[in-house]
Design a protein around this ligand. Structure first.
Ligand code: FCB
Length: 441
C-alpha cells in the first residue's frame, strides 16, 4: 500500500541536488575554479581526500538523470547553478558554454513535464571572488546580483521561481567560522559579516529577479531549538542559539531587524557590516516563499566552557542516521508551527526545500523510507495546524559528494556507483514514486 498523505491537492513534489555535489566536469565547459575545488585540494580538508571533480558526472549524464526524475513523476526539480560556470571569475565576462549547459538542462526538464527550480548559490563561490574576500567583502553581494541578472536574462522565460541562496547559516558557520567547509576560515564570531553580506546579496538579486517577472525564495536551514532542561541557564542558552541559527537569517527578511546578539557580545551592526538602509532593503526585497531545509532539532544547554553562550547537548533515545544525526520527525511540525507563531502574517508560504537522510543500506533503504514517511506525516500535521506548505523536495535524487564527508554519506533515492557511474533506484525511489502517484489520486 502506498503511503497516503494529507496535503493540499496542488502540493508540489520534488527532489533537490546541488551543482558541486553532482556535476563533476570541474575543468570542462569553460568553468572557472570555485572555493570547493581549492578546498578539496587542501590536505586533510575532506575525508579521504575526496573531491567533486567527477562526482556523479551529471554534467554529461543529465539526460539519464532527467529520465530518473520523470520516472518519479515529479512536479519540480531543485538544482543549483554553478556561478563559476556562468562567470569563471565571478564578475564580468560570461561563459556561453555554461549558460548553454543550464539551458539544455532546463529544456530537458520542461520536456519531461518537470518545473525547473534553480538555486543561484549553493556554496561554490568563484575562487577569484574568494581571493577578494569572498562573502566577507560587501562587494560580493553586488557581484551576486549581477550574476543573478545574467542567468535570469537567459532562462527567465522558462523558470518561474528561483532560490537565491542555500543555507546562508551553514555557509557562514562551516565555511567562515569553523573552517569545516570551503573557504575554510576559522574566524568564529568575526564571521558574522558573512551573514549580512549574503542577505544583502539575496536582496539585491531578488530585486533583479522580480524585475524580470520571477518569483523569489531563499532556502534557510532551520532547526527547532530545545533547552536541555527548564533551568534559566539552559533556557537562556537555547534562546541564544536560536538567535544565531534561525533568527539571524529569518528576522531581517521577515521583520527587518537582526535579533539581539548581546549574549555573543555582538552589537546590532554585526561587526560593522550593517549600513544605513540595508535592513530596509533586505526586508523590502520580494520574497514569494520561504524555503526550509530541515534535518533535525537541536538540544542546547548552558555553556560548559568560555567563548560561546551555549553548548550542544545530545538528543538521546531516538534513531540516528548514518551521519549520526538524530531522527525526530515531529521536529519538522514543531519548527513550522513555531515559525508561524513567531512571524504570524509576515511568514510567507513555506516550501520544504531539503529533507532526507544518509543511510548505509545501499539499495534496500528502509531507514530512508521510515525517515521520509515520518517527516511527511509531520508536514501534513503542520498543514493541518494551519501552516501554508506548498511543496517538499527530498534531499537527494542521487548519492553524491557530501562536502567534508566526501562520498561517505549516501543521501540518494538512487544509488550511484562512483566508479562506473551506474545509477540504480533504491527501494525509497519506488516508495516516493508511489506516494506521489497516490497523492495525485
Ligand atoms: C544541507 C546541504 C546539502 C546537503 C545536505 C545533506 O546542509 O544544503 O547540500 O549536503 O545538507
Amino acid at each position: 500500500m502506498p503511503h497516503r498523505i494529507n496535503l493540499p491537492q496542488d502540493f508540489r513534489w520534488g527532489v533537490a541536488t546541488a551543482a558541486y555535489q553532482i556535476e563533476g566536469a570541474a575543468a570542462e565547459g569553460g568553468r572557472g575554479p570555485s572555493i570547493w575545488d581549492t578546498f578539496c585540494d587542501r590536505p586533510g580538508a575532506v575525508r579521504d581526500g575526496h573531491s567533486g571533480a567527477r562526482a556523479c558526472d551529471h554534467y554529461h549524464r543529465y539526460p539519464e538523470d532527467i529520465e530518473l526524475m520523470r520516472g518519479l513523476g515529479l512536479d519540480a526539480y531543485r538544482f543549483s547553478i554553478a556561478w563559476p560556470r556562468i562567470q569563471p571569475t565571478g564578475a564580468g565576462p560570461v561563459n556561453a558554454a555554461g549558460l548553454d549547459f543550464y539551458e539544455r538542462l532546463v529544456d530537458g526538464l520542461l520536456d519531461a513535464g518537470i518545473t525547473p527550480f534553480p538555486t543561484l548559490f549553493h556554496w561554490d563561490l568563484p575562487q577569484a571572488l574568494e581571493d577578494a574576500g569572498g562573502w566577507l567583502n560587501r562587494d560580493t553581494a553586488h557581484r551576486f546580483a549581477e550574476y543573478a541578472a545574467v542567468v535570469a536574462d537567459r532562462l527567465g522565460d522558462r523558470v518561474p521561481a528561483w532560490i537565491t541562496l542555500n543555507e546562508p547559516f551553514v555557509h557562514m558557520v562551516y565555511g567562515y567560522a569553523l573552517g569545516i567547509h570551503a573557504p575554510g576560515h576559522a574566524l568564529l564570531l568575526d564571521a558574522l559579516p558573512v551573514a549580512h553580506h549574503q542577505l544583502l546579496g539575496h536582496a539585491l538579486a531578488a530585486g533583479a529577479l522580480a524585475e524580470r517577472g520571477a518569483q523569489v525564495l531563499i532556502a534557510n536551514n532551520c532547526t527547532p531549538v530545545r533547552p536541555a532542561s527548564g533551568s534559566a541557564e539552559d533556557t537562556a542558552a537555547a534562546d541564544a542559539y536560536d538567535a544565531l541559527h534561525n533568527r539571524l537569517f529569518n528576522d531581517p527578511l521577515l521583520l527587518g531587524r537582526y535579533p539581539d546578539l548581546a549574549a555573543y557580545g555582538v552589537g546590532p551592526d554585526l561587526g560593522g557590516a550593517v549600513r544605513d538602509g540595508d535592513l530596509a532593503l533586505i526586508a523590502a526585497a520580494p520574497l514569494d516563499g520561504l524555503g526550509i531545509n530541515y534535518y533535525n532539532p537541536t538540544r542546547i544547554a548552558a555553556p560548559t566552557e568560555p567563548g560561546l553562550p551555549f553548548s550542544e547537548a545530545p538528543i538521546d533515545g531516538v534513531p540516528r542516521t548514518h551521519f549520526g544525526w538524530p531522527v525526530v520527525p515531529d521536529g519538522l511540525r514543531e519548527l513550522l508551527v513555531g515559525l508561524r507563531e513567531r512571524y504570524g502574517a509576515a511568514l510567507p508560504p513555506v516550501t520544504i526545500t531539503e529533507n532526507g537522510c544518509s543511510t548505509d543500506d545501499l539499495l534496500d533503504d528502509t531507514a530512508r523510507i521510515d525517515y521520509l514517511a515520518g517527516h511527511l506525516d509531520a508536514l501534513a500535521a503542520a498543514s493541518a495546524q494551519g501552516v501554508d506548505v506548498r511543496g517538499y523536495f527530498t534531499w537527494s535524487l542521487l548519492d553524491n559528494f557530501e562536502w567534508a564527508e566526501g562520498y561517505h554519506q549516501r543521501f540518494g533515492l538512487v544509488h550511484v556507483d562512483f566508479e562506473s557511474q551506474k545509477r540504480t533506484p533504491k527501494a525509497s525511489y519506488t516508495w516516493y514514486r508511489d506516494l506521489i502517484a497516490a497523492h495525485r489520486g
